[in-house]
Design a protein around this ligand. Structure first.
Ligand SMILES: *[C@@H]1O[C@H](CO)[C@@H](O)[C@H](O)[C@H]1NC(C)=O
Ligand SMILES: *[C@@H]1O[C@H](CO)[C@@H](O)[C@H](O)[C@H]1NC(C)=O
Ligand SMILES: *[C@@H]1O[C@H](CO)[C@@H](O)[C@H](O)[C@H]1NC(C)=O
Ligand SMILES: *[C@@H]1O[C@H](CO)[C@@H](O)[C@H](O)[C@H]1NC(C)=O
Ligand SMILES: *[C@@H]1O[C@H](CO)[C@@H](O)[C@H](O)[C@H]1NC(C)=O
Ligand SMILES: *[C@@H]1O[C@H](CO)[C@@H](O)[C@H](O)[C@H]1NC(C)=O
Ligand SMILES: *[C@@H]1O[C@H](CO)[C@@H](O)[C@H](O)[C@H]1NC(C)=O
Ligand SMILES: *[C@@H]1O[C@H](CO)[C@@H](O)[C@H](O)[C@H]1NC(C)=O
Length: 634
């Protein structure tokens, strides 16, 4: 498995490199290799020997007439696909148009194409779509609703099912869905109601204006039933039948109510026995509970529950269909990177080893995690809860984690230097994120983050610092948590099984030491790597006077930065004090870290080491380091 994954990865990389080459070479022509690939992919689903012969070479070159039949281009980019009445059969993949972002005209009119309609999320410039007279099935995709330039949509004479989405683009002037198998009410939007009946004909199950059938089906059907009954002259009288039916229905309902009530009482008794019901249950039926109920119903349906109201939306199915790439074993379950066909790249975390919580309690904890919002916290996008599977979905952070950034590729040519200014930015971002968590957590006996370490600090595509994995200690079973979470590795937990907000401060101090020394701390070393008790190591370095080696050589050589590094080292050592009481509050830490300067500001008179020359030598640096840390010991 592993090796085949790796092989696929290599292959992909090779393809990517090739791709970059072709696009780079052809840039001047406007031609895009991936657009050509998309068209060839499309054609592969058809069985047209004509296109097989005709679609070869490149399709467009600058503003010359296109070389391929049925393709239109502007500046080398594909803007139209018109393949009409060619007897084409075959299927089109739903993501076939994903890479044709300049497309404005699309017509497969009068062919034999089957399959679901395509997704149009990546084709905002589409003006005219004609898929009429084919064999398309399935629903009309709602991505069509967001095409703001759409003028004409012709879908008549297919086998489409489901409802008509609520089209309301003012641009839409031509519309036809007749002769399909659509159902439900025609949405009463201004746009859809502006089209005449002939746009909707031949869909028996459509109702509401402009069709003549009204939509209250239950009454209509019972009416037609009673009509049928009354027309049967020799049967019993209608009135009698209705009375009998009513009596039966009433009896059934009462029966059900009794069963339900009994079950409810039994359940309540059971829960009381297990102490699961809160005492003030009666007073608690607030809006929160009702939304909770709604959520629980959603859970039962096995749906992804999105935290943001206006974030991206997709279903579990999309997630399962997405191509996935293992990101390795996380602390509490495996992580996958899933590339959705349409939508964002997300990281899926499968939670394992959970506490035996009721689903309500679980939801409450998740809400607490989801409600933590800060620019330096990686937000929870969505979650999924079922009996067998618990998933957390996060945005994918493109630039990876700090552990790899700091320790990866050392001593090789691939090593990208991790500059002092970037490390300081990480220190600041993490401190701010922690402060936010601490201010928004009431409990004094938990560590609000609980698992802060370099592999849980990520960088997004803009190198913004994002802290992840927070708040999980409320969900993970204790024995597992004690084995794996950083807040259980603190001196106070090791000796007295104590935990508090100061546990996070200790973890933060260790992270600072890791950033400053470039060494891996013992508590976050992955299996197979040797970690160091960093705080002990720094103290020993000072005692035994080999302080020149304290700082990571990669940053120690950065002239003018030494004062800042020393200052950060001092903060780190305070945070790593053995006794939690001696550690500063995180707010104080934030204030101090904010004051650390990237480079020496010569006018900064207040700084206690301002006597230092900006061009300190390594010796003077180490001398000062001893002073700082010795000073700190007192
Ligand atoms: C498509 O393929 C089927 C058989 O696989 C064949 O009967 C049909 O004629 C083909 N259509 C075209 C347009 O080539
Ligand atoms: C493809 O078809 C077009 C006409 O639609 C024609 O102009 C062009 O020469 C054909 N190209 C090839 C390679 O057959
Ligand atoms: C779109 O193009 C990219 C390369 O630019 C490729 O990796 C991706 O698979 C393509 N997507 C589809 C749906 O063809
Ligand atoms: C319309 O759809 C229903 C299922 O929703 C199916 O049973 C029926 O055969 C379809 N009718 C046509 C004409 O395709
Ligand atoms: C549709 O768009 C029009 C304006 O273009 C707006 O007045 C109307 O409220 C929208 N919604 C519906 C349901 O018609
Ligand atoms: C819609 O399509 C049907 C069937 O092709 C046709 O009879 C009808 O006239 C069309 N209506 C409009 C408004 O184009
Ligand atoms: C249901 O439809 C009937 C006509 O078929 C109409 O008289 C009645 O008002 C409708 N009821 C509702 C609730 O829309
Ligand atoms: C009612 O009568 C119609 C024909 O008039 C028939 O098609 C339909 O099946 C009947 N419905 C019931 C429930 O008997």
């Amino acid at each position: 498995m592993r090796s085949s994954n790796f092989f696929t990865f290599l292959l992909l990389m090779a393809l990517l490199v090739l791709h970059e080459r072709t696009t780079a070479e052809d840039d001047s022509s406007g031609f895009r290799g991936y657009e050509r690939d998309a068209l060839l992919d499309l054609k592969a689903g058809f069985n047209s020997s004509f296109l097989d012969r005709n679609w070869t070479g490149i399709m467009c070159y600058m503003n010359e007439a296109p070389y391929w039949h049925g393709i239109q281009c502007v500046n080398g980019r594909v803007t139209g696909i018109i393949l009409e009445s060619m007897g084409i059969s075959g299927e089109i993949k739903t993501n076939a148009l994903a890479n044709l972002t300049e497309l404005s005209l699309l017509s497969f009119k009068n062919n034999l194409v089957s399959g679901n309609l395509m997704e149009f999320a990546n084709n905002p410039k589409l003006r005219k779509i004609d898929l009429s007279d084919n064999k398309f099935q399935g629903q009309i995709p709602s991505s069509l609703l967001y095409l703001d330039s759409l003028e004409s949509l012709l879908l008549q004479e297919n086998k489409l099912t489901g409802p008509i989405p609520g089209f309301n683009q003012s641009s839409l002037k031509t519309f036809n869905v007749s002769q399909n198998n659509l159902s439900g009410a025609i949405p009463e939007t201004k746009t859809l109601q502006s089209f005449g009946l002939s746009s909707y004909l031949g869909n028996e199950k459509l109702c509401g204006p402009p069709t003549r059938s009204s939509c209250n089906t239950t009454i209509a059907s019972s009416q037609s039933e009673s009509e049928n009954l009354s027309s049967k002259g020799d049967g019993p009288p209608v009135g009698a039948i209705l009375v009998v039916v009513n009596v039966i229905v009433l009896v059934v309902i009462m029966f059900l109510l009794i069963i339900y009530y009994k079950k409810y009482k039994k359940l309540k008794a059971e829960m009381k026995a297990k102490n699961l019901l809160p005492k003030d249950e009666e007073h608690d039926s607030t809006i929160v509970d009702r939304t909770m109920e709604k959520r629980n119903r959603e859970i039962e349906m096995g749906k992804l529950i999105f935290v943001e109201n206006n974030g991206p939306r997709f279903e579990l199915d999309d997630l399962l269909k997405a191509s996935a790439e293992g990101l390795g074993h996380g602390n509490f379950g495996n992580c996958y990177k899933a590339m959705l066909e349409v939508g964002p790249v997300v990281v899926v975390k499968r939670l394992k080893d959970l506490k035996p919580l009721s689903s309500e309690e679980f939801m409450r904890q998740i809400r607490a995690i989801a409600d933590q919002k800060h620019p330096n916290l990686l937000p929870l996008l969505a979650y999924f809860y079922s009996k067998d599977e618990k998933l957390f979905l996060y945005r994918f952070a493109a630039h990876g984690n700090i552990y790899n950034r700091l320790h990866g590729g050392r001593g090789t040519r691939n090593r990208v230097p991790f500059r002092w200014s970037s490390r300081l930015a990480v220190a600041r971002g993490v401190a701010r994120a922690l402060e936010h968590l601490h201010l928004n957590t009431r409990s004094q006996t938990t560590a609000p983050h609980g698992n802060l370490k370099s592999s849980n600090v990520l960088l997004d595509e803009n190198d913004e610092v994002l802290v992840t994995d927070y708040g999980l200690s409320s969900l993970i079973a204790l024995p597992v948590a004690a084995q794996r979470m950083v807040s259980f590795k603190t001196p106070e937990y090791q000796s007295h099984k104590r935990m508090s907000k100061k546990s996070d401060v200790w973890s933060y101090g260790s992270l600072l030491l890791e950033l400053l020394t470039g060494r891996i701390p013992a508590h976050s070393a992955s299996p197979g790597t040797n970690g160091v008790d960093l705080s002990g190591w720094v103290h020993r370095a000072v005692r035994e006077e080999w302080t020149a080696e304290i700082f990571d050589p990669e940053i120690a050589v950065q002239r003018g930065a030494n004062q800042g590094m020393l200052r950060l080292m001092k903060i780190a050592m305070k945070c790593c004090e053995k006794s939690p009481e001696k550690r500063p509050e995180i707010s104080q830490v934030v204030a101090e870290v904010e004051e650390v300067k990237v480079a020496v500001d010569s006018e900064d008179e207040e700084f206690s080491y301002s006597s230092l020359d900006p061009s300190v030598t390594d010796e003077s640096l180490s001398a000062t380091a001893s002073a700082v840390i010795a000073d700190d010991r007192r």
